[in-house]
Design a protein around this ligand. Structure first.
Ligand code: ARG
Length: 584
């Protein structure tokens, strides 16, 4: 990669070994962007403690041993021992030139590919997908796309809630309303179906109508678990109908999940007894009050009592935790995961910690690192968890439709034909919603605010889409094709330099996203591209300047910069799952 930070890190590391001995070979050179130079190496201070020498002397020796010939134009020691590194314009241009026309915008495939199952989205059968599912879906999808782009083997795992006691009442309700009505509701408004089943169950339970519905529902659960063929067939129909509903939303949101990625809770049914046996045999699980439980050091509940992870209830049934343990064992042992990423709400973090710790103690994770990418809440403009006015969780489908409609209003007066207008509105509306979500650290809460996210200025999806569309319009004006642009890039102005230097950091932004499951880092990087473009346009006319047409020898290199910026924006937004319309 031509990322300056990595290039200089390697050079500084070599200088450390040369100056202070090979025993310091692995030292982190602590290279950071700086306001005083392009980058700063802050390693002299930590080194000085080990060497017992003044940091400035250490910095000076480091600089004396540093070979940055052809890379840096200036190297100087400042303050208590910082090493300021200023790249040469020629080096920056030389690194960027071959990237023009590179379809990967300079980001190589990794030479250490990992197998990474990613558990994300995971809505529940016969229930609404709500905004809580929006974040895990878009964050997980951005991670999956990006890790794949870098060359990792990503295995999408949609751990849908397709099993459990509610299916007894859902099946009985389906039999009463009939298949056609059930299908209509489950594919458009699943909560109506679920609530009706629940209401019948509760009423029957209290003897307030619906006869023996509750008893029948319970018998259904038993039949389902026993594998009764008729019951299983109805259950399968319920799952099919919900899948159709999920797929509609995935399609609408341009999410890469397909039916092949479904690995719902029921997938692990046949493994649950074995998981319990194994944990019991290993002495990790013990029977407590009739239930099979795992007790882990450091996990206590109310009043300091040990908190159990219940893996088999006293009635013999298994729970959410058992399924997650079976899934993790499967991912580690059968999928050969190097890393398993769980994109799931923060409220489930204790649950996951206990699952991970149990798996570790069981010896399943010797080659596998589980990672909980915790997701924060989406708030309404009132600062409370986003709900409809009647207090129900907001339906994702309604939210998306509103976003697209509002986007259509934003571009209404541009004079596009109806089909183009609809296409742009869709890209801008869904792009705005996804970007608003992805541009915030995934574990922070954020306020869902249509007005802000659809704004054409500021750190928004439409602003970035517009930045890309604007480059395309420059190419139209120049009568040139961005895909056909070639280098070399030359640097004649600080605004060009700032933009090109920033473009060299694309790979580093991608790696930061992958390492921490942090789409906001890539979003911030892309916003930086758009920002640097603004400075570039103000100072560096591409086609026509204040004094007339820009001469060819200037226009060519500037078009090359534009082409690289466009490719970086389109590729980067694409990794976030956001489309860039041709025009806006
Ligand atoms: N279905 C669950 C929910 O909607 C999320 C499942 C997350 N994945 C997992 N492996 N536990 O809250």
């Amino acid at each position: 990669m031509s990322d300056p930070q990595l290039v200089l890190a390697a050079r500084v590391q070599a200088a450390i070994s040369a100056a202070f001995g090979v025993e310091f070979a692995g030292t982190d050179p602590v290279i950071r962007p700086s306001q005083f130079a392009d980058l700063q190496a802050n390693v002299a201070l930590p080194l000085s403690k080990k060497l017992r020498r003044p940091p400035r002397d250490v910095a000076q020796d480091l600089v004396a041993a540093l070979d940055v010939e052809g890379i840096c134009a200036k190297v100087e020691v400042s303050g208590p021992g910082f090493v300021n590194l200023t790249l040469s314009d020629e080096w920056i241009a030389g690194q960027a030139s071959p990237l023009v026309g590179d379809e990967r915008a300079g980001v190589p495939l990794t030479d250490r590919p990992q197998t990474i199952p990613v558990d994300y989205s995971a809505p529940n059968v016969a229930k609404e997908m709500h905004v809580g599912h929006l974040r895990t879906t878009v964050v997980g999808d951005a991670f999956a796309r990006t890790a794949e782009f870098r060359g990792h083997r990503v295995i999408r795992q949609n751990h849908i809630g397709d099993w459990g006691t509610p299916f007894g009442m859902l099946i009985e309700h389906l039999l009463e309303v009939g298949e056609a009505e059930a299908q209509r509701e489950l594919e458009t408004d699943p909560n109506v179906f679920y609530q009706a089943a629940r209401a019948k169950f509760d009423a029957s339970e209290k003897g307030e109508g619906h006869g023996d519905f509750a008893t029948r529902a319970r018998a259904r659960v038993v039949a389902l678990q026993a594998g009764d063929a008729e019951t299983l067939a109805i259950w399968r129909r319920l799952v099919e109908m919900s899948k159709a509903y999920f797929n509609k939303i995935y399609h609408e949101l341009d999410i890469t999940l397909t039916d092949d990625d479904l690995a719902g809770e029921s997938t692990y049914n046949d493994l649950l007894a074995d998981v319990c046996d194994e944990l019991e045999a290993k002495g990790l699980a013990v029977v407590d009050d009739g239930a099979l439980c795992v007790f882990l050091d450091g996990f206590t509940g109310r009043e300091g009592k040990p908190l159990p992870l219940i893996i088999r209830k006293s009635d013999g049934g298994y729970g959410y935790g058992t399924t997650d343990l079976a899934a993790l064992r499967h991912r580690a042992q059968k999928l050969h995961a190097d890393r398993v990423v769980y994109v799931i709400g923060i409220p489930q973090s204790l649950h996951l910690k206990m699952v991970f710790e149990t798996a570790r103690k069981a010896g399943w994770l010797e080659h596998t690192e589980p990672f909980h990418a915790g997701i924060g809440n989406v708030l309404g403009t009132d600062g409370k968890i986003l709900r409809t006015r009647s207090g129900k969780p907001l339906k994702l489908a309604d939210l998306l439709a509103e976003g697209v409609e509002r986007a259509a209003q934003v571009i209404a007066e541009r004079g596009y034909d109806a089909a183009t207008q609809a296409e742009i509105a869709h890209a801008v509306g869904t792009g705005a919603i996804k970007y608003a979500d992805l541009s915030v650290a995934r574990d922070s809460e954020y306020v869902f605010d249509f007005d802000r996210m659809l704004s054409l200025t500021g750190n928004t999806g439409p602003y970035l889409q517009y930045a890309a569309a604007r480059i395309r319009s420059i190419f139209r004006l120049a009568g040139a094709d961005p895909a056909a642009a070639t280098g070399p890039i030359t640097i004649t102005h600080p605004a060009e330099r700032a933009l090109v230097l920033h473009l060299l950091g694309f790979g580093a932004a991608i790696d930061a996203l992958i390492e921490e499951v942090a789409p906001h880092k890539l979003a911030a990087y892309l916003y930086g591209v758009a920002d640097a473009l603004t400075g570039f346009y103000e100072n560096c006319p591409v086609v026509k300047g204040p004094d007339g047409p820009v001469p060819d020898e200037v226009r060519g290199p500037r078009l090359a910069i534009c082409a690289l910026a466009l490719n970086t924006l389109v590729t980067g937004l694409g990794l976030l799952g956001i489309k860039v319309p041709e025009r806006m």
